[in-house]
Design a binder for this molecule. Structure first.
Ligand code: ACM
Ligand code: ZN
Length: 544
């Protein structure tokens, strides 16, 4: 009896009378497709029940865990209809045509919160929006002993009716543990933060000239030799070495499985990138006979582009590549596998008898075509295993392989050409999406690779090129911000370079066109950053 009374108090009826001023619009980021502010609030209290419809239990438990960080208690999840007010999560297949796989409806009413979606991702994103509707914590906790700072036993959630779905299916960021290793705990934190912005793809740049960071059990030399470099460029002076051995640093299979599962829980796909044929020196240091000149090599100790690359004239090169990709596919369930393909100088191929013999045998007219021939074999291998190939826009140069998707980084023209030819594209141009470039010009900014991509520039990016005819627009899967790691030594530094630019990217990737005015976005972002502050995120403060 006492319990049902308490339950009845949860979600007590709205404080504002109908027809009165309904309060300020909540600062949701990304901005939802449709939002109506209604009068009143839902009073979230510790005795609220989360009611999960069939198939919604896992998402309900995640939401309960997220709420507990503010409420200080974990709300109970149950299948049956509770007597009192509740938060209800429902899977409704019929919503798929209207909202897609990631969309949701969220209704906050004085007596009830309802999240409905066609799939679990939609329920999750509805939960993220609900989390953003919670009042920002301030002051000391009023929760039980041990509760996190700012917890409250009663939280007023403004009444709203929201319908929401993303503009693009690919909303990504890239991290680069090859240049500076990022432990799995840091990656998890980064994934969690992405999910709170409805970002859904994290590309991991796992291999490069400066380090091989993924354990491949069949080829332990890759990490024994390739995950250690003798020194690194010095902080503050990239032309000098720091004299300190770096490594061994790499991810073990069990750690990757853990990370992939953690990300899947947050509806984030981990996209592995194994660079080939260029940016391959760490592997060639372990296997120098797979280069055109035979080595010996050392894992690169300076940034930049390495002239020694994998030799496609040598059959053994494909044996290694296939072993590596088989190991990658075992760990990463992503539909796409990224094979890099960028910045592969072809000079060594020009001077290599094996490469030249291969070109003759295959009737290839240029070294660019040799790279396409290489990609074709790699793509066939991935296709046999039910996967898709994605690569940087250099893979266009000798002709795209049949099913390749393109990540357009040297501007958007590569992406435009690929989409016109019916290939899928992720836009990630240096001009707007390189989050390792400086975001401010003041003396307090950290060292960076150079360039200048301030927040506003990111916000102004339009992923669909104006010249692309309507029927081909569907090939633009979305966009990605790249947080390359040459000047980023830790997860904290990655956060600084990524945020708030990743929030602008999330807005582009999710919110409908046309985009809101930058000033209005900035106001919403200002409020949103208070949420990130509570989470301890090391974001760059907004310019005043
Ligand atoms: C790249 O930035 N080289 C893809
Ligand atoms: Zn060669």
């Amino acid at each position: 009896m006492a319990d049902s009374l308490l339950v009845a108090m949860c979600g007590s009826f709205g404080l504002a009378a109908p027809g009165t001023e309904s309060g300020p619009e909540p600062s949701l980021l990304p901005r939802p497709v449709a939002l109506e502010r209604r009068a009143g609030v839902f009073q979230l209290e510790a005795r609220c029940i989360l009611q999960a419809g069939p198939g919604a239990e896992a998402e309900a438990r995640k939401l309960a865990a997220a709420m507990s960080k503010r409420l200080g208690v974990v709300l109970p999840v149950q299948a049956g209809d509770p007597a009192g007010a509740a938060i209800r999560l429902r899977l409704e297949k019929s919503l798929e045509t209207r909202l897609g796989a990631e969309g949701y409806q969220l209704a906050v009413r004085p007596g009830e919160i309802r999240i409905s979606a066609a799939g679990e991702a939609g329920l999750f994103y509805g939960g993220v929006t609900l989390w953003q509707l919670l009042p920002n914590p301030s002051g000391p906790p009023s929760g039980p002993p041990g509760a996190e700072p700012g917890t409250r036993q009663s939280l007023a959630i403004p009444c709203v009716e929201i319908e929401d779905y993303p503009r693009f299916p690919w909303r990504g960021l890239l991290l680069d543990p090859a240049r500076h290793f990022l432990p799995v705990d840091g990656l998890k934190r980064f994934v969690n933060l992405m999910a709170l912005h409805k970002l859904n793809t994290l590309q991991l740049h796992l291999t490069d000239d400066q380090g091989w960071r993924l354990e491949i059990p069949k080829h332990p030399r890759l990490t024994e030799i390739g995950s250690v470099r003798q020194e690194s460029p010095m902080r503050g002076n990239r032309d000098r070495g720091d004299g300190t051995v770096y490594g061994p640093f790499f991810y073990r299979a069990a750690e990757i499985r853990d990370l992939v599962a953690y990300a899947r829980d947050r509806h984030v796909t981990i996209l592995p990138e194994i660079e080939m044929p260029g940016h391959f020196l760490a592997a060639l240091t372990a296997y120098p006979h797979l280069s055109c000149r035979g080595g010996p090599f050392a894992v690169r100790t300076r940034w930049g582009v390495e002239p020694d690359i994998l030799c496609p004239g040598n059959e053994e090169s494909f044996a290694l590549v296939e072993d590596v990709l088989a190991g990658v596919m075992e760990l990463f369930p992503s539909r796409f596998i990224h094979i890099g393909g960028d910045e592969a100088p072809r000079d060594r191929w020009k001077a290599c008898p094996k490469c030249q013999a291969r070109m003759k045998e295959q009737g290839l007219k240029s070294e660019a075509e040799l790279q396409t021939w290489f990609n074709r074999r790699v793509e066939a291998f991935l296709t046999r295993h039910g996967r898709r190939l994605v690569g940087w826009d250099e893979i266009l140069e000798g002709g795209l392989t049949p099913g390749a998707a393109v990540m357009s980084w040297r501007g958007t023209s590569g992406g435009l050409a690929a989409a016109q030819a019916g290939h899928e594209v992720v836009m990630s141009p240096t001009t707007h999406c390189y989050f390792d470039y400086a975001q401010g010009k003041g003396p307090g900014e950290p060292e960076s690779i150079g360039g200048f991509v301030p927040l506003r520039k990111v916000f102004e990016f339009e992923p669909v090129p104006p010249g692309l005819p309507e029927p081909q627009r569907k090939f633009i899967l979305g966009l990605q911000g790249n947080v390359w790691g040459e000047y980023i030594h830790s997860e904290r530094e990655a956060e600084y370079f990524a945020y708030p630019r990743a929030a602008a990217l999330a807005e582009i990737g999710w919110s409908p066109a046309p985009r809101e005015d930058f000033t209005l976005f900035n106001k919403r972002l200002f409020e949103h950053l208070k949420r990130l502050k509570v989470l301890g995120v090391n974001y760059r403060p907004l310019d005043q």
